[in-house]
Write a protein that binds this ligand. Structure first.
Ligand SMILES: Nc1ncnc2c1ncn2[C@@H]1O[C@H](COP(=O)(O)OP(=O)(O)OP(=O)(O)O)[C@@H](O)[C@H]1O
Length: 430
């Protein structure tokens, strides 16, 4: 019997299927839970969400992955392993997305000629309409033309640039890996602390403005980044305050193009409320986008956090160490506000959503994620300072005044100020 290569462990190689795709067709498949699937390009050319596949490599997708292999010119591919669903479809909006990319690229060319800032594209729509996928496509097509477009990710629910509960920016310098996505070694990340913007709207909007300022500053000293523009991925909250957040984002980044996926109502509202020079475009969602129930979203979030500590396919191990209470200071952003009835007559209630409140470590901190701020002193605005990374608290020992953490980096901690997240992570890898 032939021996199984280590990277193919867990793939049921007795189940294989070949697919011949005609031009403009797409093979969609989902990997069964607790299974792995291998994809091989046998002939022709194909791409996964805008990244070209090569014949010399097998692509191994993990449990739960939902993938589309699209071909512009025709190809044959082979899938090995247990797939939950797999089918070939002719019905894809890829040509529309490619045209959008071409139009945005024209704006980049004009920006380069006139040395002005390149297009800032905001991608909006309800949950599960393929916003993240469209952002990835547009970024991949841009980088394949040599652009250095920046991904701004404010989808705190799924964490595109770092873990859920954070927002960030990443200048994309090479196409996403078809399996592992974009290279996340050098993103700029800010602590938010919740999995939905309504966890703290004021803080969310403050961070969006901050990201816009930081991106503008980067555009001032890097012309390639300036001309290449940015793609902003948002979360699927499009009603009420969520809608106000979209307007705030468009305004902060001075978005030139807003791509509305699959919602005529949102499209019309934005047309009405955004200035005339903003190009609001309605685009269809791909019928291939998979709707994720609440549990699937939760699992996705957990996987993202696990990946942060253990790397993709658990190829790394986090460091475990103790931190003395006296070594660090931990803060929570947002204090409960006083009811109006407690305020002196005529006094406006203070907005306490961005107040820093020091936290005394206690057992209730166990499993919470802490963001390590890059701030060196409290004179720096902790809320608007980027973070070095995250640790998860695995145990708190008040008697000995220490707590234990898992961290992707070894001791010593580069800074001393932590911000605590609402988000918890229970490490079942131990
Ligand atoms: N054409 C396609 N074929 C198969 N799967 C797809 C396709 N497009 C997207 N998907 C999958 O559908 C899922 C949802 O897509 P995506 O994350 O882009 O949606 P979203 O609108 O950004 O979601 P959210 O509501 O979290 O913001 C992802 O797992 C993605 O891999």
């Amino acid at each position: 019997m032939a021996s199984v290569k280590p990277e193919e462990k867990g793939i049921d190689l007795s189940i294989t299927q070949d697919y011949k795709l005609a031009k403009d067709n797409e093979l969609r498949f989902e990997v069964e839970s607790n299974a792995r699937v291998k994809l091989d390009l046998l002939e022709g050319s194909a791409e996964v969400f805008g990244t070209e596949l090569v014949r010399s490599r097998s692509y191994i997708f993990e449990s739960g992955a939902k993938i589309a292999v699209f071909t512009w010119f025709g190809c044959s591919v082979k899938l090995s392993g247990k797939v939950e669903a797999s089918y070939v479809s002719k019905d894809t909006p890829m040509v529309i997305y490619l045209n959008t990319h071409a139009a945005v690229e024209q704006l980049r060319k004009s920006a380069e000629q006139d040395d002005i800032r390149g297009p800032r594209v905001l991608v909006v729509g309800a949950q599960d309409v393929g916003k993240t996928t469209v952002c990835r496509l547009l970024l991949n097509y841009a980088v394949r033309l040599g652009r250095k477009t920046t991904l701004i990710d404010i989808d705190v629910g799924q964490g595109g640039v770092s873990i859920p509960g954070s927002v960030g920016a990443l200048t994309v310098e090479r196409p996403a890996d078809p399996v592992d996505g974009f290279d996340l070694k050098v993103p700029l990340v800010y602590h938010f602390g919740h999995t939905a913007p309504n966890g703290n709207i004021k803080l969310y909007e403050t961070l969006i403005s901050r990201l816009a300022d930081v991106f503008n500053a980067k555009c001032d000293y890097n012309k390639q980044v300036k001309h290449s523009g940015c793609i902003i991925n948002t979360c699927g909250w499009v009603k009420g305050q969520g809608y106000q957040c979209i307007l705030h984002t468009a305004q902060s980044f001075e978005a030139d193009v807003v791509l509305v996926l699959d919602s005529e109502r949102l499209y019309n509202d934005l047309k009405r409320d955004l200035p005339d020079f903003v190009n609001v475009i309605l685009q269809p969602k791909s019928p291939g986008v998979v709707e994720r129930p609440r549990e699937a979203r939760r699992d996705n979030r957990e996987n993202k956090i696990k990946e942060y500590f253990y790397g993709p396919r658990k190829i790394y191990f986090p460091h475990a160490f103790n931190i003395k209470f006296s070594e660090v200071e931990i803060y929570k952003i947002g204090a409960p506000s006083l009811p109006d009835s407690c305020l002196p007559l005529g006094m406006e209630p203070e907005n306490t959503q961005t107040k820093l409140v020091q936290v005394t470590p206690g057992r209730d901190m166990t499993h919470h994620i802490l963001s390590l701020s890059m701030a060196e002193s409290l004179d720096e605005n902790l809320i608007e300072t980027n973070v070095a990374g995250f640790v998860v608290v695995t145990n708190v020992d008040p008697d000995n005044q220490v707590f234990s953490v898992l961290s992707p980096a070894p001791r010593p901690l580069p800074r001393k100020y932590f911000l605590i997240m609402d988000i918890r992570f229970i490490d079942i890898n131990k």
